[in-house]
Design a protein around this ligand. Sequence first.
Ligand code: SF4
Length: 361
Amino acid sequence: MKYIDEYRDAGQSRAIAEEIRRRTTRPHTIMEICGGQTHSIVRFGVDTFLPEEITLVHGPGCPVCVTPIEQIDRAIAIASRPGVIFTSFGDMLRVPGSETDLLSVRAAGGDVRIVYSPLDAVRIARENPERETVFFAVGFETTAPANAMAVFQARELGLRNFTVLVSHVLVPPAIETILSSPGNRVEGFLAAGHVCAVMGTEEYVPIAKKHRVPIVVTGFEPLDIFQGILLVVRQLEEGRAEVENAYARTARDEGNAAARALIARVFRVTDRKWRGIGSIPRSGLGLAEEFAGFDAETRFDVASQTAEESPICISGLILQGVKKPPECPAFGTVCVPEHPLGATMVSSEGACAAYYRYRRT
Ligand code: SF4
């Protein structure tokens, strides 16, 4: 398939892996930020082609995995109310809250609908003026522009029955948190190419400088990932710590100016709790004052809800690169995709789901 096969070329991948081997003289631990990259690494066995000195650890870049359990419970509470149409991307429906999930709410008669764009939720709100329509606005910087556009359009249309349950998170503060943690072992990062396509690369420059870590903007196919690893290894071996862009076919250093402007207009930066990790200052987006009337937490009065994680689940350690899924005692036994204990076993981008699917044996 054009634009995919050329980035899965086995011969070129082996050649880059060989180059990585040639340049590696000592151990290095590298983290890929995005869950999509994790799935490519595990699915195509990228790590198995690397020299044993290179350890890949998996980062927190799976939006479904880091949405806090309280927010899932809030979504469930809102979706269970009579008269509400609750809309969401499909992968949020099976994420476990503290007692149940959105799919079970739907099975019990709740009007929970899967949409492929937040603008579909705006359309549903227009078509159902007598009912409240809520959209579950989760994700990183990648989904923020479309979600911002939905809120913006709803206001332009004068919709009073549309709100968003916002749980947006930002990548750079998470990288800062990982690098600042006492047990950190990550020496270099593969940054997520699609996030940089929106936001550009400038936010990463002070992080690379302050922590002396190479950060390479990387795509999602095997060849992209081998290339990203090679650039990180090259920097580590040469004692450099810079931001490099190995995904220039999509991401520009300045990002997407229109998308950034829309995000800045509709949202404001706020503290945000990450599932399994905890609260990270200025690591999320909430609605700006001007759009506060579209906040579902306020409209449905669910902001004070609290919840507890499963004591068995170690997904927080996995998302920070401290452990890998097979090290969890529940992996593949009491925790499987059909009965997940944590979000990393549910999401199509979750590390536990990737290992379960491709490395179970
Ligand atoms: S295998 Fe299940 S319980 Fe263990 S970390 Fe992953 S999601 Fe949590």
